[in-house]
Design a protein around this ligand. Structure first.
Ligand SMILES: Nc1nc2c(ncn2[C@@H]2O[C@H](COP(=O)(O)OP(=O)(O)OP(=O)(O)O)[C@@H](O)[C@H]2O)c(=O)[nH]1
Length: 282
């Protein structure tokens, strides 16, 4: 099991409490052991946890509390200083170190989140990419297995898309692909997932959806898409294979391959068509 995703399962409140307990624990140890033993490093743990798991603001608050706890430990240890201001100076410097740590941790976290987001979506259209779609599909298959509810997968391929590239240029083709995603997304629920599988191929995952409900969605998708193509004078249609699973296939590939085969059946019917089937196991 990977450690970070495992730790991420806990809520912010949990980490806020952990950070608070750690600061209090380290502060107490610092007081009990006196000024000879250094504990600076251990304050960095709650500061880092707070900034990473809860957020920048809580990281900053933990930095203040940690610097104060350390200052308090110094004060109570009655360590002799050549000037009383030294205690305040040291506390400020420690706060600075904690602050920098908290800011670095929260920036790192934000960069990681941005990176994850970018690795999950297709740059051109903003739809989920193939790799992340496979992960989401697996999660939905598992959920469907538990709930015994059906799910539906639609495999979509644009018809005659190459002609747009050839006639109007690649940029127009790109625009058409982005428009496709916008149009299709507009007809879906928040829980449905639209992915660009590559080139001019897309997939829609409709969780908790049986065939009759899927037919309504697909018919809306098709109607809005064709309307938009007509408006732009783009002679492009959709070939769609729609597979509803009442039993859960062993792998996501099996599901995708069967939906792909249905899409090809629709193409072979002369394009601009939809083929439906139910996956009920072998
Ligand atoms: N503009 C653009 N074109 C792309 C992109 N990715 C793939 N393509 C082109 O999309 C075309 C897809 O090929 P096909 O599916 O065979 O073309 P088609 O005309 O739709 O063929 P049918 O599906 O048989 O109707 C190829 O010409 C690719 O070069 C992209 O990101 N942008």
């Amino acid at each position: 099991m990977r450690l970070l995703p495992f730790l991420e399962r806990n809520k912010g409140l949990f980490w806020a409490v952990v950070a608070f307990i750690l600061v209090a624990g380290v502060g107490l140890l610092d007081i009990v052991t006196g000024y000879e033993l250094a504990f600076s490093l251990f304050y960095l743990l709650p500061v880092s946890l707070a900034a990473w798991f809860v957020g920048k603001r809580f990281g900053l608050a933990t930095s203040v509390v940690s610097a104060l706890a350390w200052g308090m430990a110094d004060l109570l240890s009655e360590q002799p200083y050549s000037h009383p201001a030294i205690l305040y100076w040291n506390t400020t410097i420690r706060f600075g170190v904690f602050l920098i740590t908290a800011l670095l941790m929260s920036s790192l976290r934000q960069a990681l989140e941005r990176e994850q987001e970018l690795s999950r979506v297709d740059n051109l259209t903003g739809a989920v990419n193939r790799r992340f779609f496979a992960e989401l599909l697996q999660m939905e298959l598992d959920r469907s297995q538990r709930s015994k509810h059906p799910l539906t997968l639609a495999y979509i391929d644009l018809d005659n898309f190459k002609a747009i590239n050839d006639r109007l240029g690649h940029a127009a083709g790109d625009q058409l692909l982005a428009t496709t995603v916008r149009q299709v997304k507009g007809q879906l629920r928040k829980t449905d997932i639209l992915a660009r599988l590559g080139g001019d191929e897309f997939a829609i995952l409709l969780p908790e959806t049986h065939m009759e409900a899927a037919k309504l969605v697909i018919s809306d998708v098709q109607a809005h898409f064709l309307n938009e193509m007509h408006r732009n004078n783009w002679p492009v249609t959709l070939s769609i294979g729609v597979l509803t699973c009442t039993k859960i296939p062993a792998t996501t590939d099996e599901l995708l391959n069967q939906a792909d085969a249905l899409m090809y059946a629709a193409k072979n019917q002369g394009k601009n068509a939809v083929c439906y089937a139910v996956y009920a196991g072998d």
